[in-house]
Write a protein of this length. Sequence first.
Length: 525
Amino acid sequence: MVDHQSLMPKIDKIEAKELAQPTASVPQTATVKKIPQKKEAIKLPKIMYQLVSVSVSENISLKNVFIELARQAGVDLQLDHTIDAKIIFTAQKRPFIDVIKSMCEMANLRYDVIDNAIRIERDTPYSQNYNVQFLNLSRTSEDQLAVASDVFSSVGPAKSNMSDNVSKSALKATTKNDFWNELEENLKTILESGQEKGSYSMHRQAGLVALRANRKQHQQVQLYLEKLRHVACCQVLIEAKIIEVTLKDEYRSGINWQTVGTKGDLKLNAKFGDMAQKGAFLDPASAQADMVSFGAEGSRFSAIANTLQEFGLVRTLSSPRLTVMNNQAAILKVAQNKVYFRLNYDKMYNSQNSRESTTVSSDIQTVPIGLIMLVQPSIDPETGEIILFLRPSISRLTQSVADPAIDIAYNASINVDSNKLKSPTPSLIPVVEVREIDSVLRLHNKEMAILGGLMEVRSSEHKQGLPGLDEVPLLRDLTGSLTEGDTIVELVIVLKATIMDNSATPDGADQRLMDKYTTDPRPLK
């Protein structure tokens, strides 16, 4: 005959005391309203932290073990009668709640603490709703930078037997963001990992996920959603200054970045070529090729601008600011669309009546003149590092050239008796100067990066003379003057990336701006 008393677990009776805030399972609400970044410990009654010792073999019924543990610990017990699991378990002087938790995990059971009672049952699937707020939107962005030195590249691919000048290069970046499809795939992976497969349904418009699964799967899904919300909803503030420096004569070869890197908060950490040296001459072959970049410790744009004034006249072209979510592409465009026309000329001859018919039409074309900046950040909120894909493009209208197709079409349409026709109105095509950078940067939170080396030679011509005499060639040379010169301009882009805190308030400058220019009687707070 088996002595049941010898099979009962041994419990050390000592005074109950509160230990170091262990995490225990509690009844969960129907909807998760807020997912904290850090899970707070749940305080349980002191009776749950009594130290116990227990030794269970495979011959002992687990139901009897739970009953005896609860009786000797003085804890009310609610036990599922269908529990038939058997385990081998030993614990020495461990908190009562930790022993229950470990035994339930081994036997695929779940428990809940209700006041001074503990409820233990089989871990069967149950339903629970999760609040996942994200846009029901799928985004695809594509960025391409292509350069071709083949003059026939606009017509079609150049053949190797036509010319040796067939050099081409292209850089293409494609981004696809579909939050809900990726979430669906990840939920499938989590729910298929256990012994029992769970099920789910998503309401994308309301941002709700209904999950039917066991306790382990619910815990895995909730931990995944906590991490997902914390990382995917991070935002970064991108502040940029597009600065144009008209260089002095002694710095016509470019800004001496080696000198800049030794002043104040500017820290130089890069290798430089001949571009960074002082000189009286500029090599046009290397002006657009030698780009430099370095970082800056500190958070003030004014320090950089003041340092650059040593090399010439500093002018700020633009100061864009935008807030971007993690791994979401954003485009900032501050530009004027310059309009020009493309002529379509069709001439047909009808052999039946020996007549010609001409059809002329035009298509409106536009080209942006100004600033276009594409950014996409990847944020690591734990380390404070930001990987930033950056594509700023600054364009400027330099001149306009006449479309030769107008004169060709006009000369083809007139005949000998049409000499009295007026000359056609020229169609001007804009010549646009574009300076752009396509780069991937790694920054720390509140760190600044500087991109420079984009240089340009601008020719200037200044005429002076007496009115009426400047039309006569000989007198124009005697009474007038002509001054020509070249100006070297370098473009500098300063960037600062700051990880945003959702609870942060506007800084002093932003608050003063809103107070000064916002006349709404209901101000933003």
